[in-house]
Design a protein. Structure first.
Length: 181
């Protein structure tokens, strides 16, 4: 009877668990390394059925593009997996973004938008009352726009009233900026 040290026993157990590990679990552990970070954020391996890997994608465009890359991906994956895969199928059908992959939602306030005008509502206006006809509605709108635009600086290109944020960001109004793109 031979006695083995604890580190040797732990090493043997670790090797045994590695061999007993399910192919999908093994694949999940190395997925980002094989496909790359960008593709990994838009894909999620779902299952291996009859030597075919099913991968959920974030959009149909990703599914189509990755379908063209499947032979390259198969070669990389088959080097790692003990049982080789025959094919990979991409679909949006079971896509669910996990918490690990989701990026934190940015809370952007309206005040940070370059076209923000501030709270310039006239205190005499009642925004809850509806105008009686389209002419009155247009007259109210025109009056509001005129009151707002009087305090705004002018675009240096087209001389129209422009929010200060747009001038700071682009040097011109948003319409002139869009025309230059």
């Amino acid at each position: 009877m031979s006695f083995e040290s604890i580190p040797e026993i732990l090493e043997i157990l670790q090797i045994e668990t590695l061999y007993q590990q399910q192919p999908l679990q093994r694949l999940l552990n190395c997925w980002e390394e094989v496909v790359g970070k960008v593709i990994a954020t838009h894909t999620q391996p779902i299952s291996i059925e009859r030597e075919v890997l099913w991968v959920a994608t974030s959009s149909a465009a990703w599914a189509q593009n990755l379908t063209f890359e499947r032979q390259r991906l198969l070669k990389k994956l088959n080097k790692i997996l003990p049982t080789p895969l025959v094919d990979i199928r991409f679909s949006t059908a079971r896509w669910q973004r996990t918490k690990k992959k989701s990026s934190p939602q940015q809370n952007i306030s309206p005040e940070s938008h370059p076209s923000y005008l501030g709270n310039i509502l006239d205190s005499n206006q009642n925004i809850h009352s509806l105008p009686k006809n389209p002419q009155t509605a247009f007259a109210n709108w025109a009056q509001t726009i005129k009151a707002r635009s009087q305090s705004l600086p002018l675009c240096p290109k087209c001389k129209s009233p422009t929010p200060k944020g747009e001038l700071e960001r682009w040097g011109v109004c948003s319409i002139c900026a869009a025309k230059s793109f």
